[in-house]
Write a protein that binds this ligand. Structure first.
Ligand code: ARG
Length: 588
C-alpha cells in the first residue's frame, strides 16, 4: 500500500504532466501554514527557471487540472507560486479504511530483507548496571523493534563485558577472604563445586570494595592484574570461579533487562571470541597488515582525508595481552562466521566513536568482514542530571539502574494514587508500566546522539510531551471503546466516515501519516521521530475528544464512524509504543 504522501503526490504528478510540466516538480509537503491549507506544493517555483515562465502561471496551469479532483477539495495557486491544498474528506476516509484493513497498517515490508546484528546493552558482568547502560538498552531495543517491524531478520546481541580486570579483582578478593577454597589450591585435581561461593548480593559488594581497594594498594592491584592474566590464560581454578560469576551475574542481568522489556537473542560476550584471537593475529601478521610498534602489535588505519588523527588499531599489547579493539575484531569475525549479517549496528556511548572508527576500518581493510557488510555506529549522548552534569545519586555516586527505576515507579505510584481510580495494589502494577514508559519516552524523545537531562518531575508528568501523557491518551481511547462495546456496539463492523469537523479531520490527517513516518524512522534509524509523531496524534485526539460528543452521539452511523477512527488511532499509537519498547495499562 502506498503511503499517504505518495498517494497525494501521485495526484499532483498527474496534474503537472497533464499541464505539460515535468512530474519531478510535483513534490507535496505538509503545509507550514496550517491556517491556510493542509498540504502544499512548491514545485512551480522550481519549474519557473526551466520553463522560463512566472511561477504563478505554472501554478495556475497545474491548479486548473486539479478542479473537481477526487483527492483535493481545494487546490489554489497563490503568489508568488505556491499551490495550497486541502484534502477531500471522503478521499481521506477511503485511505484510512484501507489502512485499517491492510497488514501492518499499510507499512510495506522490506522487499529485500536483511540480516542485521544489533550490538547493544553491553553491560559489564559483576559490575552493577548503572544508568550509563540504560540508554544503550533503551535505544538498542527500539532500533531492533523498528528494523524488525520492516521485515528484517534481526539478532540483538548483548555483548557482555565479561573478560576484563573486574574478574581479576573479584578472584583476588575472594582469595583474600577465603583462601581455603579449592580454586586457590594449585595441587587440587578434583571437580570444583557446582554451587557458587557467593550470592549476587555478595558479588555486588565484593566488586566495588575490591575496585576501591586496588586503587589505594599497588600490590593488591598487581595481584588482581595477574589473576586476570591467569584467568585469560586458562588457569583452571580461576576459570571455575569465572563460570560462577557468569552464572550468578547473568541470572541477575536477565531479571533486570526483563524489567526494562529489553530482550536479547544472543547472550554472547567478549570471552566467547577469545578463541578466534590467535588465528586472527597470525593471519594479520602473515598477510602483512600488522606491524610492531614499540613492542605492541598494531594495524594502521589512518586515511589521507582524515582531518583528525586516527591512531592505529591495537591488536596486542607488548606483554601479548589482547585489547578492546582485538575483542571487537574477533567478534566481527565470529559474526561473519555464524550469521553472515548484511549489517551490524552498534548502539554505544558516542565517546567510544573513535574506537569503532578504528575497528571498522581495520575489519574492512583486513577482510575480516565482506566488503558489502554495512557497519554502523549509533553513538548516543550522556544522560545528565538537572545540573547538566552526568546523572548521579543525591550523594554524588553513580546511580544504579534499579534505584533509578524504583524512584520513578514511586513517583508514578504517588501520582496514580492521587487520581484514586484504582486500588493500591493495581496502582503498584500500573506504576511499573507507566514508570517504564516515563523513562523510555524521556530518553527516546531526544535525538539519540544528543545529551539530555533526566528530569523525574517532567518525565512522570501526565501533561506535555511525556510517556505518561501518551499512555493516558491510549487509556482514554480504550475506555471509550470498552463503553461502546458494553452498550452493545461492535468494533468489527464500524468504518471511518468523512470528517464531520475540523478537529476530526485533523486527527484523521495525523493518523494517515503513520506509514510515511515509519519509513522515515526506519531510513534514518530515528526513534525520536516516533515520539514526535505520537505526541501530535495524541494532541489531535485529545482536541477531538474535548470538542466532540462521541458516545452520546445520537446518530448511530455517525457514532460508528467516530468509533472507527478511535479504533484506528489506538492501533497506530499501540504499534508506536510497541516499537519504542513499552506498553499501555488497561486503566490508570
Ligand atoms: N562493555 C562496554 C562498556 O561498558 C560496552 C560494549 C559496547 N559494544 C562493543 N561491541 N564494544 O563500555
Amino acid at each position: 500500500m502506498k503511503t499517504w504522501l505518495n498517494l497525494i503526490t501521485a495526484e499532483m504528478e498527474q496534474a503537472f504532466t497533464t499541464a505539460g510540466y515535468d512530474a519531478g516538480y510535483a513534490k507535496v509537503t505538509l503545509s507550514n501554514r496550517p491556517d491556510l491549507c493542509e498540504y502544499q506544493c512548491n514545485g512551480a517555483m522550481a519549474a519557473a527557471k526551466a520553463y522560463r515562465k512566472a511561477p504563478i502561471m505554472i501554478a495556475g496551469d497545474v491548479v486548473a487540472h486539479l478542479q473537481e479532483n477526487s483527492c483535493f477539495e481545494n487546490a489554489e495557486a497563490v503568489a508568488p507560486g505556491f499551490i495550497n491544498l486541502k484534502i477531500r474528506p471522503a478521499f481521506l476516509a477511503v485511505f484510512l479504511n484501507e489502512m485499517e484493513k491492510s497488514d501492518n497498517l499499510g507499512v510495506e515490508k522490506e522487499s529485500n530483507p536483511k540480516t542485521i546484528v544489533i550490538d547493544y546493552g553491553g553491560p559489564n558482568v559483576a559490575k552493577p548496571l548503572h544508568v550509563g547502560h540504560l540508554r544503550s538498552a533503551i535505544i538498542g531495543e527500539s532500533v531492533k523493534r523498528i528494523v524488525r517491524y520492516k521485515g528484517n531478520e534481526v539478532l540483538g546481541d548483548i555483548h557482555l563485558g565479561d573478560w576484563g580486570y573486574q574478574m581479576g579483582l573479584i578472584i583476588t578478593e575472594l582469595q583474600r577472604r577465603r583462601p581455603d577454597l579449592p580454586y586457590f589450591d594449585e595441587n587440587y585435581t578434583g571437580e570444583y563445586p557446582q554451587e557458587p561461593p557467593f550470592t549476587i548480593g555478595e558479588l555486588e559488594e565484593i566488586y566495588p570494595m575490591a575496585s576501591a581497594y586496588a586503587k589505594e594498594h599497588e600490590d593488591y592491584r598487581e595481584k588482581a592484574l595477574h589473576a586476570t592474566y591467569l584467568l585469560q590464560n586458562g588457569h583452571p581454578g580461576f576459570r571455575a570461579i569465572w563460570q560462577h560469576i557468569m552464572k550468578v551475574s547473568v541470572t541477575d542481568l536477565k531479571k533486570n533487562y526483563e524489567k526494562l522489556h529489553v530482550n536479547f537473542e544472543l547472550w554472547k560476550g567478549e570471552a566467547d571470541v577469545q578463541k578466534y584471537i590467535p588465528d586472527m593475529v597470525r593471519s594479520l601478521k602473515e598477510e602483512g597488515y600488522a606491524r610492531y610498534d614499540e613492542g605492541a602489535l598494531v594495524v594502521d588505519v589512518a586515511e589521507e582525508e582524515d582531518n583528525k588523527a586516527v591512531p592505529p588499531c591495537m591488536i596486542l599489547k607488548s606483554d601479548g595481552a589482547a585489547l578492546y579493539d582485538t575483542t571487537d575484531l574477533a567478534t566481527l569475525l565470529e559474526r561473519e562466521k555464524l550469521y553472515r549479517p548484511d549489517q551490524v549496528i552498534y548502539v554505544v556511548d558516542k565517546r567510544q566513536e573513535l574506537h569503532f572508527v578504528q575497528v571498522f576500518r581495520c575489519a574492512r581493510k583486513t577482510g575480516i568482514v565482506r566488503p558489502e557488510v554495512e557497519l554502523k555506529f549509533l553513538g548516543f549522548g550522556t544522560m545528565n542530571g538537572k545540573d547538566g552534569k552526568p546523572f548521579k545519586t543525591r550523594e554524588g555516586g553513580v546511580m544504579r539502574l534499579e534505584n533509578l527505576i524504583r524512584e520513578i515507579d514511586e513517583e508514578m505510584w504517588k501520582k496514580i494514587m492521587g487520581n484514586r481510580t484504582v486500588t493500591a495494589e493495581e496502582a503498584r502494577k500500573t506504576a511499573e508500566i507507566v514508570g517504564l514508559a516515563a523513562i523510555k519516552y524521556g530518553d527516546l524523545s531526544n535525538q539519540a546522539s544528543k545529551d539530555y537531562i533526566f528530569d523525574v518531575d517532567r518525565f512522570t508528568s501526565f501533561e506535555g510531551n511525556t510517556g505518561p501523557y501518551i499512555l493516558y491518551t491510549i487509556v482514554r481511547i480504550k475506555s471509550i471503546l470498552n463503553k461502546y462495546l458494553e452498550s452493545g456496539g461492535s468494533l468489527e463492523t464500524v468504518a471511518l466516515h468523512s470528517a464531520q469537523s475540523a478537529c476530526e479531520k485533523a486527527l484523521m490527517l495525523e493518523t494517515a501519516r503513520f506509514s510515511e513516518m515509519i519509513e522515515t524512522v526506519y531510513e534514518e534509524i530515528a526513534p525520536h521521530k516516533i515520539c514526535a509523531y505520537i505526541y501530535d496524534v495524541a494532541n489531535a485526539f485529545n482536541k477531538f475528544y474535548h470538542e466532540t460528543k462521541i458516545l452520546s452521539e445520537e446518530d448511530t452511523e455517525k457514532k460508528a464512524g467516530y468509533i472507527a477512527l478511535l479504533k484506528l488511532t489506538k492501533e497506530v499509537l499501540e504499534v508506536c509504543i510497541e516499537l519504542l519498547g513499552f506498553d499501555a495499562p488497561e486503566r490508570m
